[in-house]
Design a protein. Structure first.
Lengths: 155, 155
DNA sequence: ACCATAAAGGTCAAAAAAGGTCAAATCAGA
DNA sequence: TCTGATTTGACCTTTTTTGACCTTTATGGT
């Protein structure tokens, strides 16, 4: 019995995958009535599933003719990767953030699903068994190492 | 008069045997009400009967639409793997030893060359930036996690 | 132009829906 | 009887769902 959020998430991702422009426009209220939920449920989906960390950008407009535009931030080239690298530098990365990043790398096919799984497990707090602070720092260093490795031409 | 814990255990193992994916998803509360027991009884079953030593992996999610996923590890014919697991237990593993293990896993085709590369980088002393002792211990824990993951039947 | 109203969308916090932990109480077998 | 395994319950954390109230934008009438 998958939750409403994940149904809506899937629905939107399907639309997004089908769109050639890399973004879709939706009406919050329409979506809410399609899924028979309160409109704020849609915001919850956007906040938790289509945020920046997940590689999406959302803009919207209120009033008559208003809309919500969901834009996928694709990681196509080294440029974007380098961006991420800088972004990642030094700052501690909590587990959930790390998982989001890995999911994104899988989605963008920089990693296979299997690689994503394995690396997630390696960077898991419970598995590392370090205190949260050291764990977050280690995770940050290792994700950086991962990104650097993915940038290498030779594998 | 088989105990509750073993009735639940049998029930879950039957489900697991019937599943083609190598895992099953259950609701803790549903199970508890099927067996007319407190929900924490389910955790007891999971902890004692579906732990790693017994060849299972459990993951879960809280909140609406939450679930418990029980994943079977493939312990049958991968004897050597189980062997390795035992070998790895607890002891610190210095970098070179770790690299050898990874090379071997690649040779035996438990890992692709690429996976081997990535994981080596992640477990590299210089990249981890921990003192040697903690590094060796962490490496040991993480290699164990890796091995366990390679035994998962769901990927 | 000015304003009222309708049409969107946004925010925030409370309630609900799962699952987790831990320790006390009980039970069963050596 | 003692000991380890099981059962139970009180309390906790995370994630989702819901609703009341707020803000922004467009439009039509005066």
């Amino acid at each position: 019995m998958s939750s409403l959020v994940s149904q809506i998430e899937k629905y939107l991702k399907r639309q997004l995958a089908a769109s050639t422009e890399g973004y879709i426009d939706v009406q919050r209220n329409d979506l809410a009535s399609i899924f028979m939920c309160v409109p704020s449920q849609i915001n919850y989906v956007l906040d938790t599933r289509f945020n920046q960390a997940n590689g999406y950008y959302v803009e919207s407009r209120r009033g008559g003719g208003g809309y919500v535009r969901i834009i996928k931030l694709a990681l196509h080239d080294e440029e974007d990767m380098a961006q991420l690298l800088n972004n990642t530098a030094k700052k501690p990365i909590p587990q959930t953030t790390g998982e989001n990043l890995l999911d994104r790398l899988v989605e963008e096919e920089f990693l296979t699903a299997r690689e994503g799984h394995i690396i997630k497990a390696l960077l898991d707090q419970d598995n590392m068994q370090l205190d949260k602070e050291s764990g977050d720092l280690l995770r940050s260093r290792l994700l950086r190492v991962l990104l650097l490795n993915l940038l290498r031409e030779d594998f």
